[in-house]
Design a protein. Structure first.
Length: 565
């Protein structure tokens, strides 16, 4: 529901605040007062195309704000959540449209800058404007099938749910088939590539941690000469005596003997003597190990070349298939599986085709069943809408729901639906969107909304000059329909007919005034005598006693009728 509309510096409007309530909100005023400007401003805030021409002369920008309550509007709340926006605690959203003379236009939702597309995605569930403007959901043929299905929900729902499930399975199978359906040349190229990669890795006969072991061996072989010289020198110093100098082991051995001879003199040296003997044994053990290590040092340039070649192979594989030998082997396993899948895809393709054929048969059978039920519901809806149109004095109007079969499968079945109408005898049935008369179109919309009132979640309906081309008698019929529709919807209606205006739950007068030599559009909320005076003006333009009495009687009659309802 639209609770408030605030407009600043838009066309003739300087500053206007329009408070709207549930029920039937009527906007009246003389021609040119700015009633349609109000609707145009609302269209802007709903995501309509903006123009700098609408910025009030002498101002930099126009600002329009609309406050909407989404309490019972589940579709709108879902869309708000889907777009990552938040509602206030009282479930309101505030839409703001800023139109600047420099073209820097902005849209906001609850203060957050958003795209116009985001605004439109939400507002399609908020308001229908019927008349000479664009925001008309029932003129969109894509919505007609949805409305028909919602109208016949009880009879159609079970079949439709089953159809949606079948369609989902069908699409899943088709996607899998498409993935398997390689172009044959591409398939063969892929097989050749995978086989080459697998063979290249297999021929390398990789072993886990092999690269680390080879690097260690290469380090030893590359430094064999330095290792040999250093180890030989260490062994010589430890074990081998020379003419002028004895070995370290000989020196320790001699020292051990000397300390051992002193033990007889002082027992406290016994531990030192034992330690020296132990050190001597350890040094001998170290010297033997150094000797053995030296004997095993390999000077092998051929082996070094083999290692370099092997490391080069591993490095090349790493560049292609993974940073480690483990990753290369994992890639090999994955590639083998993919190759197996491709080579065996023909078998799976045949199985999928059989599944798809079976699902398509089930889908078509259920889709035809749904189509048959829809056509029955369409007949009922046609009759109901024709009755409503007759109530609105469109006696000769023919309303028809046209069915066409879709070229492709859809979750909605095989039907394409469009509402057609012929307003005059002998005229051809045409799509609803191609009807020229705004007032005629509004009455058709009023009929459709009366029928679909319980199924359509759009809570606010705007009828711009719904009375175009109709007289007082039909005006009363239209007023009764609007009043009835206002029980479950918020209605905002611009009218020139007092027969409609008198049924208002809330009545607003749009008028122009001159302030500081500038023309402004202003809005007044009318009560009691002010309403009677406005109804009198609408009756014949005068405020004579007779006209005022007539207006008062008209208002009393409307109030009594609403009370009795």
């Amino acid at each position: 529901m639209l609770s408030e509309l605030v407009i600043s510096n838009f066309a003739l409007i300087k500053d206007v605040k329009l408070e709207l309530k549930p029920g039937l909100n009527i906007l009246t005023g003389e021609t040119g007062a700015g009633k349609s400007i109000i609707i145009k401003a609302l269209d802007m805030v709903l995501g309509g195309r903006a123009s700098t021409d609408y910025v009030r002369y002498g101002e930099d920008k126009a600002i329009i704000e609309g406050c909407f309550n989404l309490k019972d509007n589940f579709l709108a709340k879902e869309k708000v959540d889907e777009l990552g926006l938040e509602l206030s605690d009282d479930e309101n959203i505030i839409l703001t449209r800023e139109i600047s003379v420099n073209g820097n236009n902005k849209s906001r939702i609850n203060g957050r800058v958003v795209t116009l597309e985001m605004v439109r995605e939400i507002t399609q569930y908020l308001i229908d404007i019927h008349g000479q403007h664009e925001h008309q959901s029932l003129l969109n043929a894509e919505d007609h099938l949805r409305l028909l299905d919602e109208f016949g929900a009880k009879d159609l729902m079970e079949v439709k749910v089953g159809l949606i499930s079948l369609y989902s399975k069908l699409q899943e199978k088709k996607k899998k088939l498409e993935e398997l359906n390689y172009d044959e040349r591409e398939r063969e190229r892929r097989i050749d590539l995978l086989e080459f990669q697998i063979n290249e890795i297999e021929e390398a006969e990789l072993k886990m941690n092999e690269d680390e072991e080879l690097l260690e061996e290469r380090k030893r072989l590359s430094n064999a000469e330095e290792l040999s010289q250093t180890i030989a020198k260490a062994y010589s110093q430890l074990y081998q005596s020379e003419f002028e100098q004895s070995s370290i082991i000989d020196q320790v051995n001699q020292l051990s003997k000397e300390i051992d001879s002193l033990v007889k003199l002082d027992n406290e040296l016994e531990e030192v003597a034992e330690n020296l003997k132990s050190i001597n044994y350890d040094l001998e053990d170290v010297s033997f190990k150094l000797r053995d290590y030296h004997d095993e040092i390999e000077f092998n340039p051929q082996r070094l070349n083999v290692i370099e070649e092997r490391l080069d192979i591993i490095s090349r594989l790493k560049r292609k298939y993974g940073d480690t030998i483990s990753e290369i082997l994992d890639y090999q396993d994955t590639t083998i599986k993919e190759l197996d899948n491709i080579k065996n895809s023909q078998i799976r393709k045949e199985e999928l085709k059989e599944n798809i054929d079976k699902l398509e048969e089930e889908y078509l059978s259920l889709a035809k069943k749904l189509s048959s039920k829809r056509k029955k519901m369409a007949n009922i809806l046609e009759k109901n809408i024709s009755k409503e149109l007759k109530d609105l004095s469109m006696m000769q109007t023919v309303f028809k729901i046209d069915f066409e079969e879709r070229d492709t499968y859809s979750k909605d079945g095989i039907d394409k639906v469009e509402f057609l109408i012929s307003p005059n005898p002998g005229s051809k049935l045409k799509p609803l969107a191609k009807i020229a008369s705004g007032g005629e179109l509004s009455r058709v919309m009023l009929s459709l909304k009366t029928i679909t009132a319980d199924i359509d979640q759009i809570s606010t309906l705007i009828f711009d000059e719904i009375d175009t081309g109709i007289g007082g008698r039909v005006g009363k019929l239209v007023a009764d329909k609007l009043d009835s529709l206002a029980k479950n919807h918020q209605i905002i209606c611009i009218t020139h007919l007092p027969q409609i205006a008198c049924m208002a739950d809330n009545h607003h007068l749009i008028m122009k005034k001159i302030v500081n030599n500038e023309t402004e559009t202003v809005i007044h909320s009318l009560k009691d005598n002010a309403r009677i005076r406005e109804l009198a003006r609408m009756l014949d333009g005068s405020l004579s006693e007779t006209t005022l009495d007539h207006a008062e009687e008209l208002l009393k009659s409307a109030i009594n009728k609403k009370r009795n309802k």
